[in-house]
Ligand binder design. Structure first.
Ligand SMILES: Cc1ncc(COP(=O)(O)O)c(C=O)c1O
Length: 410
């Protein structure tokens, strides 16, 4: 056999000796990034096992770093299997595309995250999947809308923007009775306010799938987009994973590492956002321009009793809630005055999302977002606040000066 000549420097640099460090015991997980995963020989390539996490195939389908985050998120949510996707919305789409086919129906609450409804209205309808909107505050409406074609029911607790907390327990019971798969958008609860797979803590009631926009609290920096899909049922996980593989929904190692790095402080951050949001929501209740404050932990808020039942025992009885709330600005103010109020805020920035360090504000045109009338809401314009990690006194002063300059009484 002819000996190979010594490799060129470029080749040496690519094929440099490298063995992952053993004996380097540090609690921080390493960042592994790869498209190609090298097999020792063809037999090993043919025998590769990708269904469980015992080996690797291709970077798109998992690395030690992504597996690590998936395991920690399964722990956070009380699930058993987890998949990472490039955004919260991608998680919603992945679940729909995995579980729905032509002729099926999907039920979506009227106050669902807007792009979830848009996905159903436009993309799913292209594939012959029908969507039906139900009233999140009336479980009998959900029950009446389930048909033999219903294959998936979306749940959100609380709903987006108006934050009505549904009777999640009853919704899950109805779907279970009718043998329909349930999927909760658990971004608000984040695995901290209640356990989606065990709502009462007695192991009897829970959803089948939990979707989480990791973009919000798990990362908490406002600089990463990512989502997860968690289950407790291996065959259901496999169905979703196969679609995930076919769609190529991989995530980048650096982003995964950023979420891994933020997870240890997540519960503390969630509690800080929660405390500040409740203080500001209570203060807003006393302001003349405000017709209604929507925050599930406030006693007058729609669905407060259901929040109390599910989340009331958390944090030593104080209950747990995400750091967002909305207000209805009284109908006597015109849209341009509401816009001027948002523009007058200095610390609150105008922009979407929540769970990051910077407080945000968004005015909404609610009638264009809802299929049915919202008679439980007072007339006026809905404005949502996402409370960041600034000092609460500074945020209160900012709200006060913007109310004074744009929405002065009289
Ligand atoms: C309730 C809810 N679900 C899902 C998402 C989507 O998350 P992402 O921004 O990561 O796509 C959002 C984003 O605002 C959200 O508010």
């Amino acid at each position: 056999m002819k000996a190979m000549p010594p490799p060129h420097l470029t080749t040496q640099l690519i094929h440099h000796d490298y063995t992952p460090p053993s004996g380097f015991t540090a609690p921080q997980p390493a960042v592994h990034k790869a498209s190609t995963v090298i097999f020792p020989d063809v037999a090993a390539m043919r025998a590769r096992e990708w269904k469980d996490k015992t080996s690797y195939t291709y970077g798109l389908h998992g690395t030690p770093t992504t597996y690590q985050l998936e395991e920690r998120l399964a722990t956070l949510e009380g699930g058993q299997q987890c998949l990472l996707v490039p955004s919260g919305l991608a998680a919603i789409a992945n679940v729909c595309l995995a579980l729905l086919k032509t002729g099926d129906e999907v039920l979506i609450p009227d106050n669902a995250y807007g792009p979830n409804k848009a996905l159903a209205e436009v993309e799913l309808s292209h594939y012959g999947v029908r969507h039906v909107i139900y009233d999140p505050l009336d479980p009998s409406d959900l029950a009446a809308k389930i048909t033999p074609a219903t294959k998936l029911v979306w749940l959100e607790a609380p709903g987006s923007v108006t934050l009505e907390f549904p009777d999640l327990l009853e919704q899950v019971r109805i779907c279970r009775e009718r043998d329909v798969t349930t999927v909760l958008d658990n971004t608000w609860g984040a695995g901290l306010a209640f356990c989606p797979f065990d709502l009462l803590g007695d192991g009897r009631w829970g959803v089948d799938i939990s979707v989480h926009a990791l973009t919000k609290y798990p990362r908490g920096g406002g600089d990463v987009l990512m989502g997860s899909i968690t289950t407790r049922h291996a065959p259901l996980h496999l169905r979703i994973k196969l679609t995930h593989m076919r769609l190529g929904l991989g995530v980048g190692g650096n982003d995964v590492e950023a979420v891994l790095r933020s997870l240890p402080s997540m519960a503390l951050r969630y509690q800080a956002h929660d405390t500040a949001a409740r203080q500001l929501a209570l203060w807003m209740q006393d302001q003349d321009a405000i017709a209604q404050v929507l925050h599930p932990a406030l006693s007058g808020s729609p669905g407060h009793v259901h929040w109390q039942q599910l989340c009331g025992a958390a944090q030593g009885g104080a209950g747990a809630a995400a750091g967002i709330f909305s207000v209805v600005i009284d109908a006597r103010y015109r849209q341009d005055q509401v816009d001027a109020f948002c523009d007058a805020l200095k610390l609150f920035k105008i922009g979407y999302s929540w769970g990051g360090p910077i407080s945000l504000v968004v005015p909404y045109d609610l009638p264009s977002m809802r299929n049915s009338a919202t008679s439980h809401l007072r007339p006026g314009t809905v404005v949502r606040f996402s409370i960041g990690l600034e000092a609460v006194e500074d945020l209160r002063a900012d709200l006060a000066q913007a109310l004074e300059s744009a929405l002065r009484a009289g």
